[in-house]
Design a binder for this molecule. Structure first.
Ligand SMILES: C[S@@+](CC[C@H](N)C(=O)[O-])C[C@H]1O[C@@H](n2cnc3c(N)ncnc32)[C@H](O)[C@@H]1O
Length: 290
């Protein structure tokens, strides 16, 4: 089959390619822009929501770069099979190691071998839970390669051979890795310089200081008989900051005891209060004898 001949998939025309496909080709590719490479059986799912709003604007401006690698053309035989039945039996299908390896090799050129500079991640419910700290690490790297699973996942030998890090979006099972990849990319891209209009807006939000965010309010001042807390309307910045800190601590304590415990563990220990010596007997101290 000629590589350039479009194949019809129902109403969609797909052009198999063994090279990463740039999703935004009519925009400047800024030198040193953060890059994401996504290996997927559903390249048409990208950029998806990432192409909208702030991440979409940043993509169009070349502040970051997105490429997909369609897994299908790396498949076996006339039908480009990418999966096979699980060894040992059982339901579903497993993505073949040799097929995914070919896609990974095609995604490698131009990426540094140092995984700290360019992590290689398989989105997987068995992975390390994704969090804000991981988003910050990814944003500080030069880019990332993401492997989206489908069916029952990927042959373990591939994960071992390439030492692929597994990252999970949470304790639930999605149909495929594409939504997880988009969530991970959204959380990462918004931390890149210049993506958010207001550079300070990531400083105070949930998880930045190990706490959940305080409650937010806006006009009208009274809605359905509910008032905005008066302190927020006082114009007293010191009091507002105090209230927000107390609320962030309360909400974290109530909703996420795990986060609260970690936050408490990192707080500097309070110096013990100095007690005034008392000259009375009410704490069981014998008065000095005359
Ligand atoms: C149906 S799932 C496979 C689930 C797998 N058999 C298991 O029980 O762990 C198919 C693909 O969706 C993606 N996926 C599902 N849940 C996910 C999660 N919580 N986080 C990240 N990726 C997930 C993975 O890429 C996975 O290979």
């Amino acid at each position: 089959m000629s590589e350039d001949k479009p194949r019809s998939h129902g109403r969609l025309a797909a052009r198999p390619s063994l090279r990463p496909r740039e999703l935004v080709t009519d925009t400047p590719e800024l030198q040193g822009a953060w890059r994401a490479r996504v290996i997927t059986l559903l390249p048409e799912a990208f950029p998806g929501v990432l192409g909208l709003s702030l991440t979409g604007k940043a993509l169009a401006e070349g502040l970051w770069h997105l490429e997909t690698i369609d897994l299908r053309p790396f498949g076996e035989g006339r039908h480009r099979n990418v999966d096979d039945t699980p060894a040992g039996g059982g339901a579903g299908m497993v993505l073949r190691a040799d097929v995914v390896a070919r896609a990974l090799d095609a995604a490698a050129p131009g990426t540094p071998a140092d995984r700290a500079r360019w992590p290689l991640i398989y989105l997987s419910p068995r992975g390390r839970p994704f969090d804000q700290a991981t988003a910050r690490q990814l944003a500080a790297a030069e880019g990332v390669t993401l492997l989206c699973g489908r069916f029952e996942g990927v042959d373990q030998r591939l994960l071992d051979h390439y030492a692929i890090e597994e990252v999970s979006l949470g304790d639930f099972v999605l149909t495929g890795g594409e939504l997880a990849a988009q969530a991970l990319l959204d959380a990462t891209v918004r931390l890149l310089p210049g993506v958010l209009g207001n550079a300070t807006s990531t400083d105070e939000e949930s998880f930045s200081a190990g706490l959940l965010e305080y409650p937010q309010y806006t006009r009208p001042q009274v809605w359905e008989g509910r008032e905005i807390p008066p302190v927020l309307m006082s114009g007293h910045h010191g009091e507002i900051a105090k209230w927000r800190k107390a609320e962030a601590e309360r909400i974290t304590r109530e909703r996420r005891p795990d986060l609260w415990a970690a936050h408490e563990a990192t707080r500097p220990a309070k110096a013990p209060k100095k007690r005034k010596p008392k000259a009375s007997t009410d704490e069981g101290i014998e008065p000095a004898k005359a």
